[in-house]
Design a binder for this molecule. Sequence first.
Ligand code: ADP
Ligand code: MG
Length: 696
Amino acid sequence: MENVADYFGCLVFDDKLMKERLDGKIYQKLRKTIDDGEQLSLTVANAVAVAMKDWAIEKGATHYTHWFQPLTGITAEKHDSFISPSLDGRIIMEFSGKELIKGEPDASSFPSGGLRATFEARGYTAWDPTSYAFIKGKTLCIPTAFASYGADALDKKTPLLRSMQALNIQALRVLKLFGNEDVKKVVTSVGPEQEYFLVPKELYAKRKDLIYTGRTLFGACPPKGQELDDHYFGSIKPRVLAYMEDLNDELWKLGILAKTQHNEVAPAQHELAPIYTTTNIATDNNQLTMEIMQKVATKHGLVCLLHEKPFKGVNGSGKHNNWSIGTDTGVNLLTPGETPYENVQFLLFLVAVIKAVDEYQDLLRLSVATAGNDHRLGANEAPPAVISIFLGDELIGVLDAIENETEYEGAKKKYMKLGVDVLPQFRRDTTDRNRTSPFAFTGNKFEFRMLGSSNSIACCNMMLNSAVAESLKQFADVLENSDNFENDVHTLIRDTIKAHKRIIFNGNGYDDAWLEEAEKRGLSNLRTTADAMPHLLDEKNVAMLTAHKVFTEAELESRLEIMLENYVKQVNIEALTMVDMTGKQILPAIESYLTKLLTNVTMKKAISPDISCAYETANIEKLSAACDEMSANAGILERLTYHLSHIDNIIEQADFVRDEILPQMDTLREYADDAEAIVDSKIWPLPTYGELLFGV
Ligand code: ADP
Ligand code: MG
């Protein structure tokens, strides 16, 4: 067996390779661009392009692509080969600095929410040198940002990078006040835990709903579900293990730090977590991970489902965004320090996050809002749609003591005087690991748990970074003008706790009582995408996001439009798929079974009119009624989709989807699922939940 260390990152043009393959001066200049955002000169770009190309060709690559993350939720690529005709009628392999830094995909079909007039429809991609190029198949992939010719961001990477920059600027201001002169840069890091399902490919192929929408739109509950809790952390089946091993290999080659794998709560559900890394790299890596998960699955005769809710009545899949802020000197700013002074700094960053999450609950909520995730949030398997922060008893004790200037009743009963006393080390509270909290402090990082499994982590991190940047900005504004720093920082921390403690909740987030309590506290409860998304344009949100130059107002308007469009289109496809499956598969199957029952009745009665046909008759009645209902309800659903296509305001469309189409889909489904329980399994046209969930 090959040693992982030997091939880890072998498909990535990483720092080590750059150093090896670039002239010393060129390398230094490139580092300046990567570390300090200095403009890249064409000379440097040309040299880098040649080195990259030579390396890629050695690895068997023939093409290159600008790899970007448009607002459709997946990644996009358009391949160009390196070949170029030479004078002697043969070819040479070429790749220039210009081609490295800028691409012009014919991108008019990507959503722009009205940002791109058609005459400038092309848009362009620009290399993000902070994320390494890599090889996929025979293609050199260059991570890029995607923008319109007016430089409006049309992707998820650009605002993410801007938000990291915003946080960097404000965090440095605060750190300077604490005398951290050596810190040059502050970055956020993320480790996303990714959940997914694996189902047999041949069964998947028989379900149009899975193929078209990624989730089952029909399906009765199997006799056994997840009630025994026998899957979570259970031993991994050999076929799944073989998949995981293969997947890890592919990810490791791409320098992705795949670390943990285990079975999840639901049957056929699993999780993969990498070791955390800088947020924009973590984002690229997570997009790649999702893609490779799906690709490797097909090699094993499986399909990897990344939908948030593939199966009704069975736990859905989420993603946990573990997030921390750190300095280029290696300090995690969310770790309590060794000295009282460092602890004040820690507490200031802690309350900055608390304030940010409280003030921008709506932005965090909408950053994870999709049609798929709406099935999870608040459904007793994922955190509620209400955002709150879990801090653990120990830390709450500290904050209480600060707020009320009383004695801290922690493990060691210490009086907490800021700047004098040393905080206890907050290890993650292992006795009370609150899994129901949407936003939990876990020792030295925050874990945002509302993400759906298919969400790009770019979206929530751009909001989180920006909101925290805003808190830090306000803090720096006050403290930079302070004559008595120690006093003022103490007051600031205390006042912030007072003002924002409503967002802190240590209890059970799945409890209905909490929803009532949250309402009393004035926390927002945005249940669906249609409810949440329009808040993107709330005045306070626009003001904050534009002030930190993360978005322009036009970009926000376009994003709202695109996100709602995605939601509406997604549900519309689901509705049409249901109509199609009802008419072409389910009703005909029930009719076949009815024929069988009717034939039996006729034949039995032919032998003797006294033979009871109670069983047949009862089912004939039930199924005939079900067919009538299904046919009528599918008709209603179809008319609703027609009506939807005639609403021209996107917000009204989204409301219509939430209020009319989704409930009608539920109604139709109920009749079908009831019928499934009666009809002969040999006749039922769709693989059952039991087969899908226990078939691997
Ligand atoms: P779990 O939440 O399942 O107990 P862990 O706490 O071990 O799992 O880690 C979950 C994820 O958090 C991993 O991806 C890990 O790399 C990441 N993580 C750990 N420390 C940090 C940190 N300081 N900043 C960001 N992510 C982190
Ligand atoms: Mg976790």
